[in-house]
Every structure is written in C-alpha cells, then in structure tokens.
Ligand binder design. Structure first.
Ligand SMILES: [Cu+2]
Length: 133
C-alpha cells in the first residue's frame, strides 16, 4: 500500500513539474510576441568622447529621447549601442540629442556651445577616430 502511495506521489510530482514547464513556455512565447509588437530597433554608431564622465553625458542625452530604451557608450571603441522604439523616435533624433550635449556623432557634429561647457578632461579631440576596433 505504501508503494502505491509513493508512486502516486511521484506521478503527482512529475505532473507538477511538467505543468511548470508548460507555463514557462507560454510565458516565453508571450514575451517574444510583446517585444515584436513594440518593435525595438538596435542601432550602433560612432560617438567621440574621452572618459567615464563623457559616457554618462552621452548616455543621458540618448536616454533623454522619448522611445529610447537603453544606451551604452563604449569608451574604448568610441561607439554607442542604442535600443529604441521606432514608432516613437528615429536614429537621426538620437544623433541630434547626443550632438546637442556637445558630442560628435557619425552624422551630426557636436554643439560648439555645449562642447565649451564640458569639463576640460571631456573636451575630446574632434579628429578622433570613431567606431574603433
Ligand atoms: Cu569625459
């Protein structure tokens, strides 16, 4: 009798596990569908800058654009990775926002006024190569 109860318990446990797995699969599918609906676009482009302070200024400028979900500027490569909702904004708006904060991008030259207001350590060389490997 004990054996029967034990095997019933095992079956119940297996049943629960498979239920959990199914639930997880459903959740994953839903998440994928949602992100497709939102239509996130990933973009990388060159942005000049020197240091960690530049990084926070550049990323703050990019994140300030409505529709930008994430922004990560690479200090060594002089390049930014942005993820944005293309229903809300476009690449050029992000270029312009970064340029307005004083930083050169591949497409838009940085605002000279904002550049002059940057801390001296952040006043990068305008000849700097962007998108370094
Ligand atoms: Cu800096």
């Amino acid at each position: 009798m004990k054996k029967v109860i034990l095997s019933l318990a095992v079956i119940a446990a297996l049943g629960l596990t498979s239920c959990k797995n199914e639930t997880k699969k459903v959740e994953e599918t839903t998440t994928t569908e949602v992100s497709k609906e939102i239509g996130m676009t990933d973009l990388s482009f060159g942005v000049r800058g020197n240091c960690g302070m530049c990084k926070s200024t550049i990323e703050k400028a990019a994140n300030g654009v409505d529709g930008v979900a994430s922004a990560n500027w690479d200090v060594d490569k002089k390049k930014i990775d942005v993820s944005f909702d293309d229903a809300k904004t476009d690449a050029m708006s992000i270029h312009k926002a970064i340029a307005a904060s004083g930083y050169d991008t591949e497409k838009v030259a940085g605002s000279e006024g904002a550049y002059k207001d940057l801390p001296s350590c952040c006043q990068y060389d305008h000849e700097m190569t962007m998108n370094q490997k």
